[in-house]
Design a protein around this ligand. Sequence first.
Ligand SMILES: [Fe+2]
Length: 613
Amino acid sequence: MNVLGISAFYHDSAAALVQDGVLVAAAQEERFTRKKHDAAFPANAIAYCLQRGGVAPNGLDAVVYYDKPITTFVRLLKTYLRVGPKGMRSFLQAMPTWTREKLWIPYEIERGLDQLGYRSPKKLWFTEHHESHAASAFFPSPFESAAILTFDGVGEWATSSIGVGRGNTISIERQLTFPNSLGLLYSAFTYFCGFRVNSGEYKLMGLAPYGRPIYTDRIYEHLIDLRNDGSFRMDMRYFNYLSGLTMTNRRFAALFDGPPRSPESDITQRELDLAASIQVVTEDIVMRMARYAARVTGECNAVLAGGVALNCVANGKLLREGPFDRIWIQPAAGDAGGAVGAALYGWHQVLGKPRHADGEHDSMRGAYLGPRFSSDEIAAWLDEHGYPYERRTGVDRARNVAARIARGDVVGVMQGRMEFGPRALGHRSIIGDARSASMQSTMNLKIKYRESFRPFAPAVLEDHASKVFEIEPGVVSPYMLLVAGVRDELRIVPDEEPVRDTDLRKWVNEVRSTLPAITHVDYSARLQTVTADTSPEFHSIIEAFDELTGCPVVINTSFNVRGEPIVCTPDDAYRCFMRTEMDTLVLEDCILTKSEQPAYDDAGNWQHEFALD
Ligand SMILES: [Fe+2]
């Protein structure tokens, strides 16, 4: 039985296929169309999922869409009625996509499937937005029962929810509703600090360790009225997202000492302090909600989803200091993951099919749910284009790649199935030597074409993780969603804290540990733990690197350049390889050396774009 989940038309469109209860494929549309955060009907992602599942043209049994468009439309209309003529511009901007697409979603889906050659099933279901997030958090989790926490910007009305999952059902017990929203509050600060809403939140979180939380009192006094259970009311006189096209207004600017930072301009101490302050408030809200959820559900484990669940600093704190023994976070915590939630909701909740959780393993397959390309196919493609390569397999391959990393190569890897969700987890990654003090700026400037204030993330062999990072043995972070400190004995603490200015480039190049490229200024790291079970390809490379150097850690950053989606195909990977100063490209068993490649047409067209990211 085939159940297709779709999330589309807002941001990060995606599709997921559940086949007899098993999640067999999921992908985001942006990877195929090469348009970052593509919100279009995910025709390519659907085509991929159905083809991967071997679904016949009339073999689709149900389609589940990840929110209820009519309810959202009603919320919009009510909001516009509330704010009156002030909202006219925003209203006029929003309406065309509603009247063209969003109100016609059943027809859009039917037409889209028809164009792909599939018959639309009679069963077309709609879940509520936060039900999709909740379903994506609980159903694939390892737990038989758990408290469910979701937080994002907004769905229909809900902006966060507390629920419980038991066996094959979920129920949502409490909701916080629009316009009070942790996601929108965080996005308001993202906007005010000059980053893009819905994508720059990560950057704001990365800035927080540089700042001092001096604005927290002002946030509590003026912006939000926070209760013990984590719910809150926002003072909408400071925000503009009800009626306008911006997130914050003049009153907000007056409260925080001046106008918003314009994008790409220099970051000042104020932005650092604002980032630190909103991070403290976010953690406070998450912790209060978590304690309340633990009390009302009586559960000792929790599962999380929604965009705010990508705040791995808050997750780390929740795990260390929160009320739950264990937490599991949906790796595609944003709206793309709604496709997985919707499909699993259809299978378990609507169709009532049983669910088996073993308490240990989740059913996300390491988030490796996208397309894979065989070595033979790649070799044929390389031969056809006359791109030289050497072919190596097994341990020989792993050792060859490890030796290249150890000699300082920046290595692009494309191996196994593409990741689902915003993080690259070793299958579409750029990897390098975390011990090198210069690797961070090399990778940023020569490969990613940005100057970053964020260190890279480490990928570490799971068995060795607690030797390098401050986590309990047995705690895992397969999806790079937890932050932990680098262990004391590896830290390099300056005798005296250097005098600070806001030139983050100086800060970020300070050596903070024996693994400088992955250690933040507060000695934290955003880690991925790697096992041979979920990714034998990636695990074997790090293992060989550990054998060679005694270091079980490599740098792992996404395989893309600034502004582009992560690569999907060998073609995407080769183009990115040739347009940057990457040294080695690994395409499954085929290993390519930059200096041996023929001149590349596209290379001259590439413009270096230096900016903070
Ligand atoms: Fe959402």
